[in-house]
Design a protein around this ligand. Sequence first.
Ligand SMILES: [Zn+2]
Length: 261
Amino acid sequence: MIKKLKNFGLCYICLISFSINAERFGDPGEIIAVKASSDDIDKYLTVEINESLYKLIPLPFEKQNESIYVDDEKININQKDFGESRITIENNSMVNLSREDSDRAFKESKIIQKALNNYSKFLVPDLNFMNPVKGIISSRYGKKRYINNQPRSPHLSLDIAAAEGTKIVSPTKGRVILVGDFFYAGNYIVIDHGYGLLTSYSHLSKIFVEENQIVTKGEKIGEVGSTGRVTGPHLHWTVYLNKVRINPELLIQEGYLESLL
Ligand SMILES: [Zn+2]
């Protein structure tokens, strides 16, 4: 009788620990690694960490205090205060757009969106990113933004300030899918790294790649500049996974993938 009770007690503890394991928490802009099966390889960006297969799930900034479900796992997205950034742009025509500029910006946003919706499987990305530019971080991911005291959408990119002409490299291998001169982004590049992982580079002074070009990790793609809507020379770097803007700073951390477990 005592033995039976003990068994029951153990099982009960197992059940509790199982349900706790199935619920996880993460910060907005982070990636969560969820155990994957071989069926997932075609549908998700999957990676092998410590000889097990995981699929990488981005946690959207917009879903703070909400949960997302991946298979049986519930992932709760924390509320996080990323601080704020206030900038002043003297050139009013860059803040309150003329009809002509706003038409241009709207048309360009469609072209950019189309590129960012691209999903290809021509290569499996290497997630060991290198820093695309040597400089000083001037604005982090997630900051609330105010331009001339007007609230704007949050800054879901990383700004790295560096002198005009500083070299920018591709952080990992990929294919250039968009190159252009845009109203907000200035000279702009989008690189597709495969399986829904894309990166973009704004405000460049010079571009050294063309569309459809394959780039390797560390290959020079452009130089830092102040084209488009900016206050000074910097790289505005954005990383997308499955159309979700994730925190670029995480990807350049040493051993980031292993830290996901
Ligand atoms: Zn920026």
